[in-house]
Structure formats: structure tokens, C-alpha cells
Design a protein around this ligand. Structure first.
Ligand code: SF4
Length: 360
């Protein structure tokens, strides 16, 4: 009996990029599978350890909506499949967030969004559950006090209320929704996957299980956890050891309709990145970067600006190829990039072709 990983996140997905990886190996830029937008540099929270607060403070607040439409039209025409809206700052502060998502959907793209979830109202929530493929919300605490310390705002109660609203709206709009509002059946529009994201630090590790219980109780589909890196709050030594035990307990809460998954281990980088052309990022100033982990190397990762050149001009330009060829494994080792694990799989399965993929 084959066991299927039912979580929507995981390195195995890289195996669906067989053709793209072959193109990269042949020295050609493939069409990215996913385009990530940081639409907003503004945020209503002030999270401890947030890199964006320091990096984007002085920069333009929002990506120009006309530019968004141009880029979205270009990437849809090229064949990009998914758009991830994250930050940067809080996407719900983007003044045209609903028209932007509607435009993306109108161009046939699937859209997912990351948010702190505190700015939702009923109208926006209804639109989001109907138009997003997933909404992942920063949870980060199992108590009001810890949430306040981490997010810098006393919004834990508001977050709980908003999650309840999202789940109940999803139940209303999706056929067959029921029980406590947890999703039944396969992902489709009108029933966005609703997940929680827990960034484990030395301030909240002990509440991971409590948060997972709350997320399950609220009717969310999953809680994903990972370690806050490159911060004075990064858990280490004995704290990390204890955090692993809590994470083990939290994972046991997984059942048919709710999953707890993640890792507290540092990912390992093997060789230079050859997967970043699958998932570039455009920030609120229009700068395009090789990948989402550009913070500590803005200069080398920047490949152009979509206010100055079109997406295809940047994507297929000389500068992109140069930047792609000069990524440094050591600099990739700062954060737990999902492509580290994906690269191991892609190398053995596609590059070394141990399974003779020409034969099915
Ligand atoms: S951090 Fe490095 S390994 Fe990860 S996508 Fe970016 S360039 Fe690739």
C-alpha cells in the first residue's frame, strides 16, 4: 500500500518539475512554476525577528497596481501556474488586494496568500475563501501574552475570531461543508485550504502543541512549523531539544482532517542552487529577485525592476543568467530554504536519472 503525503507542502513536489529541471540543465531559463509577490511593504504588526521591518522600511509602500496587472498578464501568457502573495509586509494592507487577486484569477492563475489574518472582515474573507487556493496564517503562539510579545500587538483574540469567521464562511460557500467547518473533499475554488504557520523561536517553542490544538479546534486544515533563523531568538541547545519534544507531541494531533507537520532541523545545502528559476519574487518596489531568500544579498539576487523592463525582458535577460550562475551555497545556508531538500531529490531523480525517467 502506497502512503500518500496529504499535506500541500513538501519537497516531493519538485518531481513534477521534470521538464523545467531538464531545461535548466540545458542552460535555458524555464517558465517559473510560481511567481511570488510582496505587494506591500507596510505591516500592522511588529514581529520580533521580522527581517522585512528593517529591510523595507524606507522603501515604496505598495507595488503599483498597473505594474501588477502587466506582470500578471505576462506571466499568465508565458505559462506560470501559481501566484503566491506574501511579504514584505502584510498583504491585506495592499489597497487593491481584492482587485489584484481577481485579476490574477481572471488570467487563469491559482493564487495563495500568507497573512497575519488580523485585518480580515466578512466581505474580504468571503472573497478569499472563494478565490484563493490556500491562505496560510501566522499563528506563532498558543496564548495571548506570547502572541503579544511576538507580534508586538494584542491581536490574539481578534485572530481567533477571524479564523472562526473564515472557517464558517468556507463551510457556507463550499458544497458539503459541515461538522465543525473543517473541509471535506478535494481542493477546489470556493474551499480554500486554510493553514496556520508557526515560526518556532525561543519565546514560543513551549506553546507549539497548544497552538496546534487551537488551530485544529478552529477548523483549520493544518499547522506547519519551522524555526525562526538568523535571529537572537533562534532556539538552540537545550531549548531546541525541548522544542523537538513539544513538536513530536504536536504532530500526534494529526488526524484525517488536520495535519501538523514541519521540521526544527537546519536544512543542508548541497552545491549551487539550480532550482530558483522555478519561484522568483517581485517586491513592492518592483525589484525582481532570484528567490524569496534575497534579504541578506539584495545586490547579487536582484535581476531587474518590472517598472523599468517587462517580465520577459528581465527573465530571459543576461543579468538573470549571470545572477543564477553566481549563487553561493554558503549564502543559501542562512535560512531553511525548501529548495535544499528539493535539490537532493531533483539531483538523484532527475539530474542523475537513477530511475530512467525516459521509461514509464
Ligand atoms: S536560498 Fe539559495 S537554495 Fe534557496 S532558492 Fe534561494 S538561491 Fe536557491
Amino acid at each position: 500500500m502506497i502512503s500518500i503525503d496529504r499535506t500541500p507542502i513538501g519537497a516531493m513536489k519538485i518531481l513534477s518539475c521534470y521538464r523545467e529541471v531538464q531545461q535548466i540543465l540545458a542552460g535555458k531559463m524555464p517558465v517559473p512554476r510560481t511567481m511570488e509577490f510582496f505587494l506591500s511593504n507596510d505591516c500592522n504588526h511588529a514581529c520580533a525577528g521580522c527581517h522585512s521591518r528593517y529591510l523595507h522600511r524606507e522603501e515604496q509602500r505598495f507595488l503599483d497596481f498597473e505594474t501588477v496587472k502587466e506582470v500578471v498578464s505576462d506571466i499568465a501568457e508565458l505559462g506560470v501556474e501559481g501566484v503566491e502573495i506574501s511579504g514584505g509586509g502584510e498583504p491585506l494592507l495592499y489597497p487593491k488586494i481584492i482587485p489584484a487577486i481577481a485579476f490574477m484569477r481572471g488570467r487563469g492563475l491559482k493564487v495563495g496568500m500568507f497573512s497575519n489574518g488580523t485585518l480580515l472582515d466578512a466581505e474580504t474573507s468571503e472573497f478569499l475563501v472563494q478565490n484563493l487556493l490556500f491562505l496560510r496564517i501566522a499563528f506563532d503562539a498558543g496564548s495571548r501574552e506570547t502572541y503579544r510579545k511576538i507580534h508586538g500587538r494584542d491581536d490574539f483574540q481578534k485572530l481567533q475570531e477571524n479564523l472562526e469567521m473564515l472557517v464558517s464562511l468556507r463551510s457556507k460557500v463550499s458544497a458539503g461543508g459541515g461538522g465543525k467547518g473543517r473541509r471535506k473533499g478535494k481542493a477546489k475554488y470556493g474551499m480554500a485550504t486554510l493553514g496556520a504557520k508557526y515560526l518556532v523561536s525561543n519565546r514560543n517553542w513551549s506553546e507549539l502543541k497548544a497552538a496546534a490544538e487551537m488551530a485544529r479546534e478552529a477548523g483549520l486544515d493544518y499547522l506547519q512549523y519551522k524555526v525562526l533563523r538568523a535571529s537572537r531568538f533562534t532556539p538552540e541547545g537545550e531549548t531546541l531539544e525541548k522544542a523537538r519534544e513539544v513538536a513530536d507531541e504536536a504532530r500526534e494531533l494529526s488526524d484525517e482532517s488536520f495535519q501538523v507537520f514541519g521540521s526544527l532541523e537546519k536544512t543542508k545545502v548541497i552545491g549551487r542552487c539550480f532550482l530558483n528559476p522555478l519561484h522568483p519574487v517581485i517586491d513592492a518596489t518592483g525589484n525582481m529577485y532570484l528567490c524569496a531568500f534575497f534579504h541578506h544579498r539584495k545586490k547579487t539576487h536582484r535581476i531587474g525592476n518590472v517598472n523599468e523592463k517587462s517580465f520577459p525582458e528581465i527573465w530571459y535577460g543576461k543579468r538573470h543568467m549571470e545572477a543564477f550562475k553566481s549563487t553561493k551555497p554558503k549564502e543559501c545556508a542562512v535560512f531553511d530554504c525548501p529548495f535544499h531538500e528539493a535539490a537532493v531529490l531533483a539531483r538523484s531523480w532527475i539530474v542523475e536519472n537513477q530511475k530512467h525517467l525516459e521509461f514509464i
